[in-house]
Write a protein that binds this ligand. Sequence first.
Ligand SMILES: [Zn+2]
Length: 110
Amino acid sequence: MLSEERVRVSAAIDNLHESNSSSLEDETEEETYDNHLADSATATLNREIDYTLEENAEHVLAAIDQALGRIEEGTFGTCVRCGKPIAEERLEAIPYATRCIDCQRLAERG
Ligand SMILES: [Zn+2]
């Protein structure tokens, strides 16, 4: 059971890495094609986008670490706010989710 969750989380991590690296490759390709058009403003913007991607990846990795910790504790897949199980399809999309969709919506609303 635990190892099943682990497999699911690491598969999701792999997917994440794949989509991240492929989008980075696409950007690099475009940059090469449009190189003669690029001005310094575009270059700055691209750097900012790269920086944001990196920050997000670190944030996601930290969240995944927490998810793995929650697997150990046996609380993985349970909403930290209301204690109800998080929907299966939500965990497939976001394996490191700590809240059910209802609580997430409440949190986003503030
Ligand atoms: Zn909840």
